[in-house]
Design a protein around this ligand. Sequence first.
Ligand code: GLU
Length: 289
Amino acid sequence: MIVTRFAPSPNGPLHLGHAFAALIAHDLARERGGRFLLRIEDIDGVRSRTELADAFRADLAWLGLEYEEVAPQSSRLASYGAAAERLKAQGLLYPCRCTRAQIAAAVAEKGTPSGPDGPIYPGTCRGRAVDPAGEVAWRLDMAKAVALAGPLEWTDELAGVQRATPEIFGDVVLLRKEAPASYHLAATLDDAADGVTLVTRGMDLFPASHVHRLLQALLGLPVPLWHHHQLLVDREGRKLAKRRGSGTGLLGLTELRLAGEDGRALAASLRDRVLPAGVFTSEGLDRGL
Ligand code: GLU
């Protein structure tokens, strides 16, 4: 049975792009007689707010999307720790004490190339005797991990079969100094634990799936299908982003809901005008719904 999920982080209000993402996950599950899950990704304790998670639930109901809620990330910390221990036992993680400033300085000095998330970690702590006690991040030794896993593939429903190239990220952080796990580790483990068979999310996270496929191989997890969809953009062609305030004003779901707008009509207009036309701009939708 097909299982999809919408997995928002409660660190800012949802915007129209989230409505679009939730709708795709919901509709793909419903069209194929499957389940649609909501998972609150509140791993980042400091920035996560419970009132935002409550607003997300109300926003989904307002859009007319029925969901089954699964455990939030904050209740799954033991599983992240256990997976990290397994990777450590295989010699695939190493402790890193570098600060952002030290990494930036080393990158500038060495002229390190960039990956999808910015400059690749220059490997300062790899092979170094770093005391693992206290405030350290744990990084994946990418070259070792890729060699151990061997060649891997994954399939995106829209883009087809992909050869996994997680090395484009370099030695990613799997356990963060300030949070019990990174997005890559937590999302991969949670999707497996929740029985997600079709991972739907925006194109901006397409490269991350290379890393997730590698983690699935290293941890013996089932391999889902992926469906990376287009992103809604604003009038300037920029993707909507919480950090730029897209969750407020005319693009903010909670504000629209509280202003008495019709959520089901909004969902219908995303379905009718955005999905079939392949036009992914929010222009027109952000006024007079
Ligand atoms: N919590 C992530 C976000 O809000 C979810 C990404 C995913 O769907 O894998 O961007």
